[in-house]
Write a protein that binds this ligand. Structure first.
Ligand code: NDP
Length: 250
């Protein structure tokens, strides 16, 4: 494989389902040991079992990314087991959609706590070991919605726009230690998250995609692997869209 992650240690948040599950499997195929962190241990275990059945190495942890304590404990477990930490993929995310006029404060807070603060918690927890190692890769999953906005998703769009500012700032803070920090902005990817949308909304989205199809979790996993491999040594502070051309003009 061109993108070789042999013996690297990767944490993937939200690795129990959807895009995170595909990233976990793909990184394991590339030789990485993968730590799958999600709220639901059953989902994390299923991903880890699949990886191990195919000859890879994986560890499943129950983590709530919104809790700083839970995140710190999980990173410590990874360091205790493997003694190092090479790659972090911040993928866990939720939606609580609704027009702002009707949005409850709790919908705002929950989305911010998981999507933005969760990303902050994990980056903060992995930076010290990565800085000591003088190497590391951090990739966070934002969204094209964080660049272009979306009616009914003010909370989600704000959290994803926040991830972009966070990514660029941290990239500047840690570049001198050879740690790269990038973000991936998917468009419409076929997962549990998007399957909740009505047929009408899905049809309207499809019309906006020049490549004429929804994305797959593998479309995102391929870019994540590239950004975490040696092929991307000189790329940092970037936000790269994987959206079939949907937000081309942004
Ligand atoms: P899914 O809803 O399929 O999966 C979300 C994952 O996040 C699950 O594994 C879930 O864990 C985990 N998660 C949610 N909350 C927490 C938490 N508090 N602590 C730990 N883990 C948590 O989503 P997708 O795979 O579609 O999305 C993955 C990422 O990609 C998200 O950040 C999303 O915003 C982003 N994205 C998705 C797009 C799409 O079209 N699907 C488009 C653009 C961006 P559990 O299984 O335990 O519930």
């Amino acid at each position: 494989m061109v993108c070789d992650l042999k013996d690297k240690i990767t944490i993937v948040t939200g690795g129990g389902r959807g895009i995170g599950k595909e990233i976990s499997r793909y990184f394991a195929q590339a030789g990485s040991k993968v730590v799958i962190c999600s709220r639901n241990l059953k989902n994390s275990n299923e991903t880890a079992d699949e990886i191990m059945k195919s000859g890879g190495e994986a560890l499943a942890l129950q983590v709530d990314v919104a809790s700083g304590t839970s995140v710190k404990e999980s990173v410590q477990k990874v360091l205790d087991k493997y003694g190092r930490l090479d790659i972090l993929v911040n993928n866990a995310g939720i939606t609580r959609d609704g027009l702002l006029m009707r949005m409850e404060e709790s919908d705002w807070d929950e989305v911010m706590a998981v999507n933005l603060k969760g990303t902050f918690h994990f980056i903060k927890a992995v930076l010290r070991p990565m800085m000591k190692q003088r190497s590391g890769r951090i990739v966070s999953i934002t969204s094209i919605v964080g660049m272009m906005g979306n009616a009914g998703q003010a909370n989600y769009a704000a959290s994803k726009a926040g991830i972009i500012g966070l990514t660029k700032s941290i990239a500047k803070e840690v570049a001198s230690r050879s740690i790269t920090v990038n973000a991936i902005a998917p468009g419409f990817i076929d997962t549990d998250m998007t399957s909740q949308l009505s047929k009408e909304r899905q049809d309207a989205m499809l019309k906006m995609i020049p490549l004429g199809r929804f994305g797959t979790p593998m479309d995102v996993a391929k870019l994540a692997l590239f950004l975490c491999s040696d092929l991307a040594n000189y790329i940092t502070g970037e936000v790269i869209r994987v959206d079939g051309g949907m937000a081309m003009s942004v």
